[in-house]
Design a protein around this ligand. Structure first.
Ligand code: NI
Length: 156
């Protein structure tokens, strides 16, 4: 496993739509491992494959409950809304208010290709929505309410 370079806003790859993963190959497993390493190293709560320059529908999330690997994630249902602070490893040092569903139901495959459905709320629901947006070339700065503000570097 290895660290990969995180692409930042302005890099065109962040604006492209990712392709579905048809098969969990050794290469996809390596990508997942590297994404987890890269996310933890950067003190992030989530990372999507395009952020490391790979246009595949893969995200990793850890909101403090252990790693969640989602291959081909799909949000099936959303409930309610929450407005709160959001940041992104591709927009370093910044944060802003974003409204997201309070709860989501999402389907995905894990790193072994097994299918799951998860019901998530609060921060995890927010993280899933943020990361799935990345797979469609969307960044939170597109939907931020009000100005972005800078946050102290080193904050996590
Ligand atoms: Ni992000």
């Amino acid at each position: 496993m290895a660290l990969r370079t995180i692409r930042t806003e302005g890099d065109e790859i962040l604006r492209k739509k990712c392709r579905e993963v048809k098969e969990i190959t050794p290469r996809v497993k390596e990508l997942i491992g590297d994404m987890l390493d890269t996310m933890y190293e950067a003190d992030g709560v989530g990372l999507a494959a395009p952020q490391v320059g790979v246009l595949k529908r893969v995200v990793v999330i850890d909101v403090g409950e252990g790693p969640l690997v989602m291959v081909n994630p799909e949000i099936k249902e959303t409930f309610g809304e929450q407005t709160g602070d959001e940041g992104c490893l591709s927009v370093p040092g910044m944060a802003g208010q974003v409204t997201r569903p309070q709860r989501v139901v999402a389907a995905y495959c894990d790193e072994n290709g097994d299918e799951y459905e998860i019901e998530a709320e609060d921060l995890l629901a927010r993280a899933i929505c943020h990361e799935v947006d990345h797979l469609d070339g969307k960044l939170y700065v597109d939907v931020v309410e009000g100005p972005l503000r800078s946050v102290e570097s080193g904050e996590d």
